[in-house]
Design a protein around this ligand. Structure first.
Ligand code: TRP
Length: 474
């Protein structure tokens, strides 16, 4: 998951915002002029509208093509802009003015993906014979692309593989980072398939104020946390882009194929790049696309170019894979399927997601039991009432309560969760009591992770990161 501070587009200069709106406008025009699907056009138009709103908020002026901003009134960058009525989601920014968080149903429409509905969850259960993970049952993984194709393949005994990743921007992961790894592990166990995990140290070098050495070091440190989630070494390949690109006979070829089939205009439209972004950023999306193709891993898949890929990731990564799915058929490959998760909300509220760069917005995997307790008690946004009397009378609001939201991620017991929801909503359960349940859920979970991480040796990291055949014959 990308690290996100407050509002990236709010911190952009008015001129940069102007350029983003202009680029998005060009993209909409080129989509309408080309053979783009209505979904794609719709998604691009929605993004254009939301960028225009951001522009207006920042400058106080309506966007006018060809007229860069003049004499604008800058807005403060302290926290979310509340005048915005559109959620903003891209790989770097997640922002909404709604305390309940991003409107995910709208996002499905805007991104043109499909909802993970009861029918699909039932099918997963039927096909695998396993109870669907609580992330599926509770709508934490809420959207998908082509998951039915994966299930068809599985039913027909056709192989597929999993791909997920992490941008190593800091040494410590927070609990939000665990979501896609916990889910990837479950998928790997249920379907018994290979998993590749990309560590985009190159991306973090390009985007952050980091040296190459530091970014690589973080990749290795993060690999330990990922391994500590319990992945099977015989079925999992973890790689750093900085390392693997030079070692693989397949990966770079695919990067170049993607690069040849995506124009600057397209990435401008998808990612909001401007003329002043370095060319490393502009070509990076091809690096994140390449692992979606089995021929990027000849040591695992031999010469097979048609093993389908399934990517569990947070929805903010979807722009990369929309681009990937668009190029895939043009370079003779299958489109990767996707499973999208909602964001893990910041302690301060669901208006934005957790960020590694703000220690108080997150609970880290390195936090002590005491830090966990203090952070939750002090910072977790409460949907409770101001006084005990009022709370008892009117009850709390689970929809905006961050402690309750976190419990939906980490408390596996459905009955207990439902009882707490009822008790909190009725006012029988107080905020302090709800927080206590969360603290007591997270403390042992994080302590256990720390225990497992301690056992991970450099040698194990090296094994996971060595290109090799896995326990599958292709
Ligand atoms: N760009 C992602 C991040 O910043 C890392 C990533 C690379 C990734 N490949 C991925 C995430 C595939 C999910 C799926 O965190």
């Amino acid at each position: 998951m990308a690290d996100v501070q407050n509002c990236d587009s709010c911190s952009s200069s008015p001129l940069e915002l102007f350029e983003r709106v202009t680029a998005q406008g060009e993209k909409v025009r080129s989509l309408k002029g080309g053979k783009a699907s209505t979904d794609e056009i719709d998604a691009a138009v929605k993004l254009l509208l939301s960028l225009k709103v951001t522009y207006k908020t920042a400058t106080g002026q309506d966007y006018k093509a060809g007229s860069p901003p003049v004499d604008f009134s800058p807005v403060s960058n302290n926290g979310p802009t509340t005048t915005q009525d559109e959620d903003f989601v891209d790989p770097w920014t997640v922002q909404t003015s709604n305390a309940k968080g991003v409107d995910y149903d709208k996002l499905i429409v805007r991104f043109g993906s499909s909802k993970i509905d009861k029918g699909l969850i039932n099918r997963i259960e039927r096909v695998t014979g396993k109870t669907p993970h609580h992330f599926l049952r509770r709508g934490i993984f809420f959207s998908h692309r082509d998951m039915n194709q994966i299930l068809d393949a599985y039913e027909n005994k056709k192989p597929f593989y999993l791909y997920t990743g992490r941008g190593p921007s800091s040494e410590a992961l927070h609990v939000g980072h665990l979501i896609s790894f916990i889910f990837a592990k479950w998928l790997q166990e249920v379907f018994n398939v290979p998993l590749v995990i990309q560590l985009t140290d190159d991306e973090k070098y390009l985007w952050k104020d980091l040296t190459i050495e530091k970014a690589y070091e973080y990749a290795i440190e993060n690999a330990k946390d990922i391994i500590a989630c319990g992945f099977d070494i015989n079925k999992t390949f973890i790689f750093s882009d900085l390392d693997y690109l030079g070692m693989s006979s397949g990966f770079y070829k695919n990067v170049v194929k993607v690069q040849k089939h995506v124009t600057f205009n397209q990435v401008k439209g998808i990612f909001g790049f401007t003329d002043s972004d370095c060319i490393g950023k502009i070509s990076f999306p091809a690096m994140q696309a390449a692992p979606s193709f089995s021929s990027s891993f000849p040591q695992i898949f031999k010469d097979k170019k048609d093993i389908q890929c399934l990517i569990p990731c947070a929805i903010d990564q979807d722009p990369y894979f929309r681009m990937t799915r668009d190029v895939a058929p043009r370079i003779g490959y299958l489109k990767p399927a996707l499973l999208h998760s909602i964001f893990f909300p910041a302690l301060q509220g669901a208006q934005t997601k957790m960020s590694s760069s703000d220690p108080n917005s997150s609970i880290f995997l390195t936090d002590t039991p005491k830090q966990i307790k203090t952070k939750i008690n002090k910072h977790a946004f409460s949907g409770g009432k101001d006084t005990i009397e009022e709370h008892r009378k009117y009850g709390g609001n689970c929809e905006v309560d961050v402690s309750y939201m976190y419990l939906t991620f980490f408390l596996e017991d459905d009955d207990k969760l439902e009882k707490m929801k009822q008790a909190y909503t009725s006012g029988a359960l107080l905020t302090g009591e709800l927080k206590k349940v969360l603290i007591e859920t997270l403390q042992p979970l994080i302590a256990a992770h720390q225990q497992r991480r301690k056992q991970i040796t450099e040698e194990m990291v090296k094994q996971f990161m060595t290109p090799r055949k896995l326990a599958f014959d292709f």
